[in-house]
Ligand binder design. Structure first.
Ligand code: SF4
Length: 299
């Protein structure tokens, strides 16, 4: 996108050309920004020179295939398991964090670990460890297969369970002390429904809302804009849970499309008033590029 395509009126404002609005809260969240910028620095971006050492990441650094592809071209090696990481190499830890035993394995391999786990998630890791020391049974409301949840769970030890739905919560056996927390990207509605079912299941019950405030702010803004739009385009990767949740919320009010490239949009499918927003792992320049293409496509 040409630099002058980002007029002041649409830079972080609702005032846009015609019937197209761009949400204020677009682009990377703070945790993703730290992970991407930190990894770029290690890889020697923006300088042209390739990284002088091999840099590995176990799993995707963030949930955005385009960004990962760009980092791969600059030398990032993405592997599925810690066992695929060679000894004495540099390893960046993804924004969602890695399970404790996997970090231990990397240390045993004498790897240089550059930890880009989101600081908000690190704080939750410390909270889980405190609750574990206080002998709480820890319940994590979320998706057990999600990288963030796997890392959270690893800090809780044996006395921990991941609960995905209301049925599992209803069938949960009583314990002496239960602490209920959640994956940072689930909706408040789902957390309240599931956490509420633990009332009466323990003599001591502690419920802690660990939903990320940045995710909540985007949801509130998306609801407000979806209510006054006929269509919402969410720039993001379908693998990203916060992107999918934004789509679920907006669908209650209008037509919704998740796109990672303007090419995915058919001419004539856009309806107005239109809002463009993004998931937390989509760069702001991609959102602005899609905005430019959408406006041009429908001219
Ligand atoms: S969504 Fe929130 S918790 Fe997740 S990486 Fe971004 S800032 Fe961190």
């Amino acid at each position: 996108m040409k630099k002058n395509m980002k007029p002041k009126s649409i830079n972080r404002s609702h005032s846009t050309k015609g019937e197209v609005k761009i949400a204020k809260l677009i682009g990377f969240c703070s945790g993703v920004t730290v992970a991407v910028r930190g990894t770029e620095k290690i890889l020697g971006i923006p300088e042209k020179s390739p990284a002088s050492k091999k840099v590995y990441c176990v799993g995707h650094l963030i949930h955005n295939s385009n960004v990962i592809m760009r980092l791969r071209k600059k030398g990032l090696r993405v592997v599925r398991h810690v066992k695929s990481v060679p000894e004495k190499t540099t390893v960046v830890i993804r924004a969602h964090g890695l399970p404790v035993d996997e970090i231990k394995t990397l240390k045993k391999k004498n790897c240089e670990i550059r930890d880009f786990t989101c600081p908000i998630l690190k704080k939750i890791h410390r909270t889980i460890e405190r609750l574990r020391n206080e002998e709480f049974f820890i319940v994590i409301v979320g998706n057990p297969a999600h990288a963030e949840v796997r890392a959270l769970r690893s800090h809780a030890g044996e006395n921990c369970a991941v609960v995905e739905n209301e049925k599992q919560a209803r069938n949960f056996k009583k314990k002496r002390k239960i602490a209920v927390i959640c994956q940072s990207t689930i909706t408040e509605e789902r957390f309240l429904k599931i956490a509420g079912l633990f009332v009466g299941k323990a003599r001591e019950l502690y419920i802690l809302n660990t939903i990320c405030a940045e995710v909540t702010a985007r949801r509130i803004e998306t609801i407000r804009l979806a209510k006054i739009s006929k269509m919402v385009i969410i720039v993001g990767d379908k693998k990203s849970s916060n992107t999918r949740h934004l789509a679920e919320i907006a669908k209650n009010f209008c037509r919704v499309r998740i796109v990672s490239d303007a090419k995915e949009l058919e001419k004539g499918e856009i309806v107005y008033p239109l809002t463009i927003t993004s998931g937390a792992s989509s760069p702001e320049d991609l959102v602005m590029e899609i905005y430019g293409k959408v406006v041009k496509k429908d001219d």
